[in-house]
Design a protein around this ligand. Structure first.
Ligand SMILES: Nc1nc2c(ncn2[C@@H]2O[C@H](COP(=O)(O)OP(=O)(O)OP(=O)(O)O)[C@@H](O)[C@H]2O)c(=O)[nH]1
Ligand SMILES: [Mg+2]
Length: 435
């Protein structure tokens, strides 16, 4: 690695640290927004700790019984993870540090390495564990996808999913001792040339035997011999070299890149959640405004209702929405916005708007009591004003390039006025009957 590359890696690394700190500091979420995002936030904090401590995580991932735990044990050179013939031995995610002999590393990567064991992705009743395993794989810096023969559909799907995470991925064809050399070669060809051709290059496929069974000749008392299969020396040198090569090449950048990618995903989710909650609250505010308006009209005939009252309810709604969207607005500002919306809605002034309503309404609609129709129409106008204001505010108090008229027309066309009127009437009936 040239000095320039090293410098570049260092820069990426610092940049990532800053970005992650920034994202975390800016979270300022309400308890309600926080709920449902706990995993993401914890993940983000974990990434930052990892970045600070310069820990590269290498996760073993794959279906049950492929030898994931055995493989990590073979790398560490100790039985740190439990293994076994029964499927689903590993039930939790465990981590151990891996001290690689410095001689093998060209000293470019100075951080620590952690090996992460995960439960098999097809573990029975392990839906939650499977999701967790996928998440861990996403948080890790290098993924070892362990198979033990030709790959299955489940494996292919998981592999494609991981490939999208943009991080080093090694496909480990493990348990090669179970196949005679020609079969082994054939399976390897099949995997490399057919199965994962689109996903991985041959350089990303490694053969291994994490806990091979080897025949042992046991002399018997009667002078004959018996052959017993015993665990032999693991064959993981190729894998080890591949991992070290990746670390030497891009260790520090890897850390930086992965944490940034992860921060990005979390950040997006957080924004989406904030927006969804805000939108939900805005809809509730609007509906309250609608019903306040409708009731105000229903209880006092339109001919006598003070038009100012009608406008005040709308202005109050606009101010509440502005507060929700964190946009500073004065009463005058709200009034001006209301005027602008009313104008664009019908090319009339606010007063005219309401006068027109009252004239149209006196006729009554299809046998429905006049007051109820008046009320519903008053309500729908508040609804429209609310929805338009919401979009204006969500867009940072701007109509965008299209201008108010086009935006307002688009919103009005997208709303099902009939069904909203019906809903207002329904709610009004039940409210008025109750009181
Ligand atoms: N023949 C052979 N057997 C192996 C090899 N590696 C692991 N095994 C055996 O395969 C079985 C499963 O190994 P584990 O390491 O527990 O597999 P795992 O993928 O962690 O399994 P789960 O945690 O249950 O998902 C054990 O009985 C191992 O001894 C290998 O290279 N060759
Ligand atoms: Mg295991």
């Amino acid at each position: 690695m040239t000095t320039f590359d090293a410098l570049n890696q260092e820069l990426h690394y610092r940049q990532a640290q800053r970005t992650l700190r920034h994202v975390l500091a800016q979270l300022d979420l309400t308890p309600r927004e926080r709920s449902g995002l706990e995993t993401e936030i914890a993940g983000l904090e974990m990434m930052l700790r990892k970045l600070d401590r310069q820990v590269v995580q290498i996760a073993a991932f794959g279906m049950v019984g492929r030898g994931k735990s055995s493989l990590l044990n073979a790398l560490v050179g100790q039985e740190v993870f439990r293994t076994g013939a029964i499927h689903g031995v590993t039930q939790t995610i465990d981590r151990v540090p891996w001290q690689v002999e410095r001689v093998t590393l060209k000293n470019e990567f100075s951080g620590q390495i952690e090996l992460v064991d995960t439960p098999g992705i097809d573990e029975v009743n392990g839906q939650a564990r499977e999701e967790l395993a996928i998440q861990v794989a996403q948080q890790s810096d290098i993924v070892l996808f362990v198979v033990a023969g030709d790959i299955t559909r489940v494996e292919f799907t998981a592999l494609s999913q991981l490939r999208r995470c943009a991080k080093p991925l090694l496909l480990v064809f493990n348990k090669i001792d179970q196949y005679a050399p020609p079969d082994r070669e054939e399976i390897y060809r099949k995997i490399a040339d057919e199965r994962v051709k689109e996903l991985l290059t041959p350089a990303e496929i490694v053969l291994a035997a994490s806990s091979p069974l080897v025949p042992k000749v046991i002399p018997q008392p009667d002078g004959s011999y018996e052959i017993e299969m015993v665990r032999g020396k693991p064959q993981v040198t190729d894998l080890k070299l591949k991992i070290l090569e990746i670390l030497d090449r891009e260790g520090k950048s890897l850390l930086a890149l992965n944490s940034l990618l992860y921060a990005d995903v979390v950040h997006e989710r957080i924004i989406a959640r904030k927006m969804a909650i805000r939108n939900y609250r805005a809809d509730r505010l609007i509906w309250n405004g609608v019903m306040t308006q409708a009731i105000a009209i229903a209880v006092s005939p339109i001919t006598v209702i003070d038009l100012v009252t009608t406008a005040v309810i709308n202005i109050y709604l606009i101010l509440s929405l502005a507060k929700l969207y964190g946009i500073a607005m004065t009463h005058q500002g709200a009034f001006n916005l209301l005027k602008q919306i009313a104008l664009a809605m019908g090319g009339v002034s606010v007063t005219e708007l309401f006068t027109n309503f009252s004239l149209g309404l006196l006729k009554g609609v299809g046998g429905v009591p006049v007051a109820l129709s008046q009320a519903a129409i008053g309500g729908i106008s508040t609804y429209n004003i609310g929805m338009i204001t919401k979009e204006y505010l969500a867009n940072g108090a701007s109509w965008g390039a299209q201008g108010p008229k086009a935006v307002i027309t688009r919103i009005l066309n997208s709303l099902d006025q009939e069904s909203i009127i019906a809903r207002i009437k329904e709610e009004l009936k039940s409210k008025i009957h109750r009181s």
